[in-house]
Design a binder for this molecule. Structure first.
Ligand code: AMP
Length: 219
C-alpha cells in the first residue's frame, strides 16, 4: 500500500504515521524527519536547509524529490510506504506520480487530516518531541508521564522544534494554504478526509477505517 498522509503542519501526520507503520508494516517516509537529521548532523545539505526550515519556509523541490526518489528504492519500501510531509507542492506531486508511473506503480490513497489554523497554532506552541526516538507530546493534552522525560525511551530533555514558534507556524500555514492545499486537485477520488481535531486514538480509528480494507486487498 502506497499512502500519503496529507494536512497542515501540526495536523497529527507524524503522530499518526508512527502508529500506522507498526500496524501495516510499511515505513514512514517523512521528509521533515530526514531533513532534521541532516541539520542535526550538520551535513552539507543540513547546513544549506537549516535557516529556511527554522523560518518555516519550504526547502527546494529538487532536494526533497531526490530524497524521496532514493528512499523509495530501498528494500523496506517494496510493500509500500506512508508518506508524511511529502509532497508539499504541485511540482513534488507531479514528480512523485511520474516516479511511480515509471515503475508501473501509483499512490493508492491520500488521507487528508483536516485541522483548522487555530488548533494548529495551539498544537505547535505546546508540542514537544523526543530527540532520541521521535515520540511526540502535547504539554496539555498528551503530556509525558514524568516532566520533560520521554515515556517511550526514557530520554530526558524533550525538545520544542525551532519552527514551532508562533511566527514560524504562521509562515508554515501560509505555505500550506498557498502551495500545498492545491495538491488535492491531483488526487480526486483517492483523497479521503478525516477530522484531525479528534483525540489521537479517534483519528487513528478513522484512518484505519480507510486503510484497513486497502491493506487487506494488497496483501
Ligand atoms: P515537517 O516536519 O513535515 O513539518 O517539515 C519541517 C520542515 O521541513 C518544513 O517546514 C520545511 O521547511 C521542510 N520540509 C519538509 N518536507 C518538505 C517538503 N516536502 N518540501 C519542502 N520542504 C519540506
Amino acid at each position: 500500500m502506497r499512502a500519503i498522509l496529507f494536512g497542515p503542519p501540526g495536523a497529527g501526520k507524524g503522530t499518526q504515521a508512527k502508529r500506522l507503520v507498526d500496524l501495516y508494516g510499511i515505513p514512514q517516509l517523512s521528509t521533515g524527519d530526514m531533513l532534521r537529521e541532516h541539520v542535526k548532523n550538520q551535513s552539507p545539505l543540513g547546513l544549506k536547509v537549516d535557516a529556511v526550515m527554522k523560518s518555516g519556509g519550504l526547502v527546494s523541490d529538487d532536494i526533497v524529490i531526490q530524497m524521496i526518489e532514493e528512499r523509495t528504492q530501498r528494500t523496506d519500501c517494496k510493500n509500500g510506504f506512508l508518506l508524511d510531509g511529502f509532497p508539499r507542492t504541485i511540482t513534488q506531486g507531479q514528480a512523485l506520480n511520474a516516479m511511480l508511473a515509471a515503475k508501473g506503480q501509483q499512490i493508492d490513497v491520500v488521507v487528508g487530516i483536516d485541522c483548522p489554523d487555530d488548533v494548529v497554532r495551539d498544537r505547535a506552541v505546546f508540542r514537544r518531541s523526543c530527540p532520541q526516538c521521535g515520540a511526540i507530546y502535547h504539554l496539555q493534552s498528551l503530556p509525558p508521564q514524568v516532566s520533560d522525560t520521554c515515556d517511550r525511551c526514557g530520554k530526558i530533555g524533550l525538545i520544542h522544534r525551532p519552527d514551532d514558534t508562533l511566527e514560524a507556524v504562521n509562515k508554515r500555514l501560509n505555505k500550506f494554504h498557498g502551495e500545498t492545499a492545491p495538491l488535492t486537485s491531483l488526487y480526486g477520488a483517492i483523497l479521503k478526509r478525516v477530522d484531525g481535531t479528534k483525540s489521537p486514538d479517534d483519528v487513528t480509528a478513522s484512518i484505519r477505517s480507510i486503510l484497513d480494507p486497502l491493506a487487506a486487498s494488497s496483501s
